[in-house]
Design a protein around this ligand. Structure first.
Ligand code: PLP
Length: 410
């Protein structure tokens, strides 16, 4: 039945350059954090137009160390979105702070009006997530943060290559007046830029960058760390209890080459997105992913929305049918209140997110990555169209049929 072999939901785009760079690093004799990581940090900071960058071994680690470096902990509240990966909320819990969920707006991103309603005397930070690569309304979030003296830590796991009003996520606003305290990117295997596992925190405050560097390596002081990395020196001092969150040179060697390909890969993602949008926009059973014309989408995810009231099948059946046709889909995300780890908190009034819960059953992410072929994109389009056509709710006979006069035809 399959015309082409299985199209997985994602396949990482690793080329000969990455493979050669890893081999070179392995042969160099320096495997852990060193010259390649320093280079990757420098080039990444330049790419997102941020003065400082700290490489970390995951986005989860980066979110955690950012919260810790900003002094967030027990008794504090941090406002984030229900439509995210569990890591965003786990990091808040691990500092001892309380996560508070603000509901999403029509675009699926955290709604600034809902954030405003959730701010209390204990609120210390806002953690927006650029869902799928669509930039959040940062002007509104920065303005709330200024007004209430809150930190902003962006979960930019999907947003490497996204722009907000003409500037890369991480760069801050165009007149240099506002920027988040920390912006955290993910280089997990499925993300737009991958090092297998890895991440980057960018920030504008060099003092915060220094503090994060110390916390990422056991709490070893920066000066001692500089001596430590010089061959032949054995002495170091632990200034405070820190974490083990540094990125290895093996991974950074991959990241350097992934970064060089990023602009091209985003162009391919955008082209495939246009093909999807063009094919699906005319189907009333589907709603194409929201876009913002003043910001560039990274198209990390193509999050299609089903108009369930027009369909005889639900989202799970839609995914099963596509799987039988040889296409892997996914769902982003199971809202935080639906997970057992959050069950006790889900019923609290400040975690009520009816719009996120209503959106969730409609969401299906289709395969979208630069090493898909155009034929594969066309096959996904054809398969989605077929699935929709055969699941289309038939109009009630005698009502719409009578209106269109079809029954009267001989
Ligand atoms: C992938 C992801 C993370 C976690 O990234 P890791 O690098 O795997 O730690 C965090 N937040 C969101 C929204 C993600 O999609």
């Amino acid at each position: 039945m399959n015309e082409i072999p299985y199209i997985p939901f994602h396949r990482p785009d690793i080329g000969q350059e990455e493979i050669d760079a890893v081999v070179q690093t392995l042969r160099s004799g320096w495997l852990t954090t060193g010259p390649r990581t320093e280079q990757f940090e420098r080039e990444f900071a330049a790419y997102v137009q941020s003065p400082c960058a700290q490489a970390v071994n995951s986005c989860t680690a980066g979110l955690h160390v950012a919260l810790a470096a900003l002094g967030i902990g027990s008794g504090d509240e941090v406002i984030t979105t229900p439509l995210t990966f569990c890591a965003t909320v786990n990091c808040i819990l691990q500092t001892g702070a309380t996560p508070v969920l603000a509901d999403v707006g029509p675009d699926g991103n955290i709604d600034p009006d809902s954030i405003a309603q959730r701010i209390t005397g204990r609120t210390r930070a806002i953690m927006p997530v650029h869902l799928g690569g669509l930039a959040c309304d940062m002007d509104a979030i920065w303005s709330l943060a200024r007004e209430h003296r809150l930190f902003v830590i962006e979960d930019a796991a999907h947003a490497v290559g996204s722009h907000y009003r003409g500037r890369p996520i991480g760069a801050g606003d165009s007149d240099g007046r506002a920027a988040s305290d920390a912006v955290v990117f993910s280089f997990y295997a499925t993300k737009n830029l991958t090092t297998g596992e890895g991440g980057m925190v960018t920030m504008h405050d060099p003092a915060l960058a220094d503090r994060m560097r110390v916390l990422c390596l056991h709490g070893i002081s920066k000066d001692a760390w500089n001596r430590y990395t010089e061959h032949g020196s054995w002495y170091y001092e632990v200034q405070e209890s820190g974490f083990k969150y540094n990125l290895s040179d093996i991974q950074s060697a991959i990241g350097i080459h992934q970064l060089r390909k990023l602009e091209t890969s985003i162009q391919v993602r955008a082209a495939y997105t246009s093909m999807y949008n063009h094919a699906f926009a005319g189907l009333p059973e589907l709603e194409v992913p929201p876009q913002c014309h003043t910001s560039r989408h990274s198209w990390h995810l193509y999050m299609l929305r089903l108009n369930l009231e027009r369909l005889g099948i639900d989202r799970n059946e839609f995914i099963r049918v596509l799987k039988r046709k040889g296409i892997g889909c996914s769902v982003h995300f199971i809202p935080i209140p639906l997970h057992p780890f959050f069950a006790a908190d889900a019923n609290l009034a400040w975690n009520h997110c009816p719009r996120a819960l209503a959106l969730y059953p409609r969401l299906v992410s289709l395969p979208l990555y630069p090493n898909m072929t155009e034929d594969q994109v066309l096959y996904v389009i054809k398969s989605v169209q077929e699935t929709i056509c055969s699941a289309r709710k038939t109009r009630p006979v005698g009502v719409s049929a009578a209106i269109t006069g079809e029954l009267g035809k001989p």
